[in-house]
Design a protein around this ligand. Structure first.
Ligand code: UDP
Length: 334
């Protein structure tokens, strides 16, 4: 029996593939390489370059493999971009979900672990945010994921599908052995951008907004190590396979850092002074996102192991120093 990882060539998906193969699982990866990199995928996994929206290609994947569970990481995930191109998000994320759910049903796949996001909450009514806090997404990205959750939930009531939706807060860091890490083109996430600035890969570091209602006026986020995040996925699949009901969990550390605190922590890790400039707020950004992950701990038995911001940044730094261009080399996505 195999585990299918959709979007296994992306930042988070590639870390899942690595950990699963290290645990002896048989892993199948589907990725259209629109934002992922072939070389990020562990060589022990079986790789299909295809699009989830392509029903007949997905039929082949399910027919050729005996799949016991699916991790679904394949989606566009940029708040800022989604404000400019909402349809790209609703089509690629939400629209594609319909085909995927049809295929899971046709091929009798019963377990789905879905990548959701803290962006479903928008500007939260309560902090830390537990799963029942009202959802008012402030971007098409957040809404595309909330719609996907709702669609999965309705389908799960009428079929044998059981799902776990994991609402990630801000994922960062790299594998502990620094063989894989975060690489996007273009990069928009704070920690890699700060580290690229230190490496001289960018001329400027901009802090988007210093007039938020937070301790230093900059946005606060709950940064979670990618290794801890993947542990939660593996526990979620086990939970479903052991007969657990469909469920939703927040994943973060119950602790937030402002952008200025992240820059300070990065200065400490890298030993370098990091200059920045303030810019206007970035559209769609909530001021503060901090997770209450008590439910994941209680129900899944999830225990974070790397919940120190300096460790997260140090692991990212190790990867970036070794790979200053990320996966972007001449043989991009070979
Ligand atoms: N941010 C910033 N400068 C950058 C990139 C991000 O000030 O070059 C801010 C962004 O506006 C947000 C926070 O850092 O307040 C985290 O953004 P990121 O894109 O890393 O994650 P998101 O919270 O959007 O998922």
């Amino acid at each position: 029996m195999s585990i299918l990882v959709l979007g296994g060539a992306g930042y988070i998906g590639s870390h899942a593939v690595k950990k699963l193969v290290e645990q002896g699982e048989d892993v199948i990866v589907v990725d259209n390489l629109s934002t992922g990199y072939r070389k990020a995928v562990d060589a022990r996994a079986k790789f299909y370059e295809c699009d989830i929206a392509d029903g007949s290609a997905m039929d082949a994947v399910f027919n050729e493999n005996d799949i016991k569970g699916v991790f679904h990481f394949a989606a566009f995930s940029l708040v800022g971009e989604s404000m400019e191109q909402p349809l790209k998000y609703f089509q690629n994320n939400t629209g594609t979900m319909l085909t995927l759910l049809e295929k899971l049903n046709e091929h009798d796949v019963k377990h789905l672990v879905f990548s959701s996001t803290a962006a479903v909450y928008g500007e939260p009514e309560e902090v830390p945010i537990h799963e029942e806090v009202p959802k008012h997404p402030s971007s098409p990205y957040g809404d595309s994921k909330l719609m996907m959750e709702k669609i999965i939930s309705w389908v799960s009531r009428t079929t044998d599908l059981n799902f776990v939706s994991l609402r990630y807060f801000n994922v960062a860091g790299a594998s502990k052995d620094s063989t894989i890490g975060e690489s996007h083109d273009p990069e928009t996430h704070l920690i890699p951008i700060v580290l690229e600035r230190v490496l001289g890969k960018r001329e400027k570091l901009y802090v988007f907004g210093n007039d938020y209602d937070t301790k230093d006026g900059t946005c606060i986020r709950d940064y979670i190590h990618v290794e801890d995040l993947i542990d939660a996925h593996i526990l979620a699949l086990k939970y479903l396979m052991d007969g657990g009901n469909s469920n939703i969990f927040n994943l973060g550390y119950n602790r937030g850092y402002s952008i200025l605190e992240i820059i300070k922590a990065a200065e400490k890790v890298t030993g370098q002074k990091i200059e920045f400039e303030y810019r206007d707020r970035r559209a769609g950004d909530p001021s503060i996102l901090i997770a209450d992950s008590g439910k994941a701990m209680d129900t899944l038995g999830w225990q974070p192991k790397h919940n120190k911001i300096h460790e997260i940044i140090a692991d990212a730094w190790n990867w970036h120093q070794k790979n200053p261009d990320g996966w972007m080399t001449d043989e991009k996505a070979d």
